[in-house]
Design a protein around this ligand. Structure first.
Ligand code: GCU
Length: 672
C-alpha cells in the first residue's frame, strides 16, 4: 500500500473496540479479520479491546450499544435485518471513530469485511455513511465435488473437501475458503456434486455425518450454512428399501430419520439440494409421481428443523431422437414445472438455470422466471467456465450475469426483472436467492486462471448488490488483487470487461450455442451435438442456420414468455441480433440489424475475436515488471493458450460455414 495512504489509515486503525450484548464466535471472527486484515495491509497490528473514548478507532458493534447513541439509532439498526450493516464515521472533532454496526453479529461480520475492502480500494474514511443489506436472502455456492477428489466441470485442480473417498483431515484450505465466502457476502454452500454417486449417497448417514459436521463447524464460524446434495434413491441404496416412491410411508420414514440424524449432528443444517429425473439421476417419475410429490416429501422431513429443499429444474429428455424436430430442449424446464406452480411446500425452492439450455455463452433468460408466481425460486449461475473456456480462456462473466439479472420478464408489467423474481420480491415469496456452481479447486491460486478469481469475487458482490456495475466489480477486484498502479488497473479492468464479447466472437455465433466437443465441452466441434440424443442445436444446411422456436412455425418456445417478451423474440424484425439463431432459422444471406449478412457476421466476428485475443496477450505483456513475476507468467501462459485455441475456433467455425454455404468471405481472408 502507498505509504501515505497507509499512514492515513493507521491513524484510524490503532484499535478495534468490540461491543455486543453477548459475545459471539461470529463477532470474534469479525474482530480477528479486522486485526489480521489491517495488520497485513498497514504493517502494524491494531489493538483489539480497549474503549472508544480516545477516538480514532474502529468500533465494531452487534446490536444496540450505548456507544452507538447519536450514531446509529435503534430503529435503523433493526431495519438492517439479519445481515445488513452500517459503516459510519462519527464522534466529536478530534476524536472521530468509524462505527461498523450490524443488528446481528452476522451483519457486523459482513460490515467488517466491507471496511477492509474500503482500505484495500483506497477509500476515504472521513465521511463514511454506508448502509447495506443483501438483495438476495440465499446466496449460495454449489460444489460439484466428488468424494474421490475429482470435481465435475472443475478446472482448478482437485477438490478442497475430499480425497480418496473421505473428507480431508487437513482442513486449513476449507477454513480459508469459508473466510473467502464470508468476505464476498455468501451464506450457503452445498459441498457435494448434484450428481450424487454411490459414496456420496452416504454423506447423510451416521458414519459420515461426524466429519460433515466438522466441515459445517468451519463454515458456521463465518456465517455460512452447509447443505448436502442427496440421491433421490437413497432409500434403496442406503435404506434397504425396494422403492424410493415419495408417497410410500416407509420412504417418508426413511427421510424423516435421516433428517433427524443430520440435525443431531448439524443443528443449523441448511437443507438438501436435489437433481432428480435429470441426466439419468433417479427421481419421482419412476413411480409415476411428479416433482412436487418428490420435493414436498423431502420438505416434510426437513420442516421440523427449519431446513429447506432446493430442487433443480434442469430436467429435459437426454435421450432425444435428433430426427424428431418437435422436441425442443429449451422448452423442457417450463413444460415440467410451470404446471406445478403453487403445488410446492413453503420450504421448497426451485433452482432454475439462468437460461433454458445449459450455461451457454449466450442464452435468453429462462421463461420460468416470471412464469412461476406461487413458488419460491433461486437463479442458478455457473461460475465454473464449462462452456466459456474452462478457465484456460479469459471470460469475465459478470456482464453476462448482469444481463440475466436485468432481463425484464414483464410478469407484472415493466420492471419485473429476473433479479426481482429470484429474490422473491416480484411475487412476495418468503424464500429466494441466487446459487452458482463454484469454479474453485485446490490449485494454489484457487481458480486455475488467476483472473477467473474475478468471477467468484464478482458473483458474491453481485448477489449482494445486483445494481453494482460490471465496471465497478472489475475495478474493485483488480485493485484488491493487484494494487493501485493506474496502468495495471486500467489494463486488467479493460481485459476483464471485454473478455466475454471476445469469447463470444470466436465461438458460437448469434445465440445458437454449443458447437463444442461432446463430453468434456472444450474446443470447437460444430456438429458435436447436432446428431445427438442430448438435443440438437443449429440445423445448419447449405441454405441457412438456426432453430425456429417461434409459435407461428417452430417449436413454440417463444410462447412460454409473457406477451411483450414473446412478441419481441417471435418476430425476426424485433429479435435482437445476438439471439437471432436461438429463435429463428434464417438464410445465411439474412441481413442483421448491424447491416451485415449472417454469414459475413460469422466470418468477421471470428477473425476479429482471434485478433482480439492476440491483443490481450500484447496488453498483458505491457504489464511485465509492474506485477510480480509469478502471477505475470501464469496469466501470460493462459493467454497464450487462449490465443492458439481462439484461432482453432476461428478456423473450424469459418471453414465449416464456408463449406456449408459456399459463400465466400467478402474480404477474401484465408478460410480452409
Ligand atoms: C451440465 C453439465 C453436467 C452437470 C449438469 C447439471 O449438463 O455438463 O456436468 O451435471 O449440467 O447441471 O446437472
Amino acid at each position: 500500500m502507498d505509504p501515505e495512504i497507509a499512514e492515513k489509515y493507521a491513524s484510524w486503525c490503532r484499535s478495534i473496540v468490540v461491543e455486543a450484548s453477548a459475545p459471539s464466535p461470529l463477532l470474534a471472527k469479525a474482530c480477528e479479520e479486522l486485526v489480521g486484515g489491517i495488520g497485513s495491509m498497514l504493517g502494524r497490528m491494531p489493538l483489539a479491546g480497549g474503549t472508544a473514548d480516545h477516538g480514532r478507532c474502529v468500533l465494531l458493534c452487534a446490536g444496540n450499544s450505548s456507544k452507538l447513541h447519536g450514531v446509529v439509532e435503534a430503529a435503523e439498526l433493526e431495519a438492517l435485518g439479519e445481515e445488513g450493516y452500517v459503516l459510519r464515521t462519527a464522534g466529536e472533532p478530534g476524536r472521530p471513530f468509524v462505527a461498523i454496526a450490524g443488528h446481528t453479529d452476522r451483519g457486523a461480520l459482513y460490515g467488517a469485511f466491507h471496511f477492509l475492502r474500503l482500505l484495500q480500494t483506497g477509500q476515504n474514511l472521513n465521511e463514511l455513511n454506508i448502509i447495506e443489506k443483501p438483495a438476495a436472502k440465499l446466496r449460495m455456492i454449489n460444489h460439484w465435488d466428488n468424494m474421490d477428489g475429482s470435481v465435475e466441470r472443475g478446472y482448478a485442480g482437485r477438490s478442497i473437501f475430499y480425497r480418496d473417498g473421505k473428507i480431508v483431515t487437513d482442513r486449513k484450505r476449507i477454513h480459508d475458503y469459508a473466510r473467502m465466502m464470508a468476505a464476498v457476502g455468501l451464506n450457503a454452500i452445498a459441498i457435494n456434486n448434484v450428481n450424487v454417486h454411490e459414496t456420496e449417497t452416504n454423506l447423510i448417514t451416521s458414519e459420515l455425518l461426524p466429519s460433515v459436521a466438522a466441515v459445517a463447524d468451519i463454515f458456521r464460524a463465518y456465517g455460512v450454512r452447509l447443505y448436502l446434495s442427496v440421491n433421490f434413491a437413497s432409500p434403496i441404496q442406503y435404506g434397504g428399501l425396494t422403492t424410493a416412491d415419495p408417497l410410500d410411508p416407509e420412504v417418508r420414514r426413511f427421510w424423516a430419520e435421516r433428517a433427524a440424524d443430520v440435525y443431531r449432528h448439524i443443528p443449523d443444517f441448511g437443507g438438501f439440494l436435489v437433481k432428480a429425473d435429470s441426466e439419468f439421476r433417479p427421481g419421482p417419475f419412476t413411480y409415476g409421481r411428479d416433482h412436487a410429490d418428490g420435493a414436498n416429501m423431502l420438505a416434510e422431513a426437513l420442516r421440523p428443523y427449519g431446513g429447506i429443499v432446493v430442487w433443480r429444474c434442469f430436467v429435459y429428455d437426454c435421450l432425444q431422437d435428433w430426427r424428431d424436430r418437435k422436441t425442443d430442449r429449451a422448452r423442457a424446464a417450463f413444460d415440467h414445472f410451470r404446471p406445478l406452480d403453487g403445488k410446492f411446500a413453503d420450504n421448497v425452492i426451485l433452482q432454475i438455470k439462468n437460461g433454458p439450455m445449459d450455461f451457454q455463452v449466450r442464452e435468453p433468460a429462462s421463461p420460468l422466471f416470471g412464469g412461476l408466481r406461487h413458488t419460491n425460486q433461486v437463479l442458478e449461475l455457473q461460475i465454473t467456465q464449462e462452456y466459456t473456456g474452462q478457465q484456460k480462456h479469459l471470460c469475465f462473466l459478470i456482464p453476462q450475469w448482469k444481463e440475466i439479472l436485468d432481463f425484464d420478464t414483464y410478469a407484472r408489467g415493466e420492471g419485473s426483472t429476473v433479479s426481482k423474481a429470484a429474490t422473491g420480491e416480484l411475487f412476495g415469496r418468503p424464500l429466494g436467492g441466487i446459487a452458482a456452481v463454484s469454479n474453485i479447486g485446490d490449485d494454489a491460486n484457487w481458480t486455475g486462471h488467476l483472473l477467473a478469481q474475478a468471477n467468484y469475487y464478482g458473483y458474491g458482490r453481485l448477489v449482494w448488490r445486483p445494481e453494482l456495475t460490471a465496471e465497478q466489480i472489475a475495478d474493485e477486484w483488480t485493485r484488491i488483487t493487484f494494487g493501485h498502479d493506474p496502468a495495471v488497473v486500467s489494463t486488467i479492468r479493460r481485459m476483464l470487461l471485454d473478455s466475454w464479447t471476445i469469447y463470444e466472437n470466436y465461438t458460437s455465433p448469434l445465440g445458437v450455442g454449443w458447437m463444442v466437443n461432446p463430453g468434456h465441452h472444450y474446443g470447437p466441434n460444430v456438429d458435436g451435438y447436432e446428431y445427438s440424443k442430448w438435443g440438437t442445436y443449429h440445423y445448419a444446411d447449405c441454405h441457412g442456420i438456426g432453430v425456429d422456436r417461434t409459435v407461428k412455425s417452430g417449436t413454440g418456445y417463444t410462447g412460454q414468455y409473457h406477451d411483450k417478451v414473446a412478441s419481441r423474440f417471435e418476430s425476426i424484425e424485433s429479435c435482437p441480433d445476438e439471439l437471432l439463431l436461438f429463435f429463428h432459422h434464417v438464410p445465411y444471406t439474412h441481413v442483421l440489424k448491424s447491416g451485415k449478412t449472417v454469414i459475413q457476421h460469422i466470418y468477421d466476428t471470428h477473425f476479429e475475436g482471434a485478433e482480439q485475443v492476440d491483443k490481450l496477450v500484447d496488453v498483458w505483456r505491457g504489464l511485465e515488471g509492474r506485477i510480480d513475476g509469478d502471477r505475470y507468467a501464469s496469466v501470460l501462459s493462459r493467454l497464450q493458450e487462449q490465443s492458439k485455441h481462439a484461432k482453432e475456433w476461428r478456423d473450424v467455425i469459418n471453414s465449416y460455414f464456408l463449406r456449408k454455404s459456399g459463400i465466400a468471405d467478402e474480404q477474401g481472408r484465408t478460410i480452409y
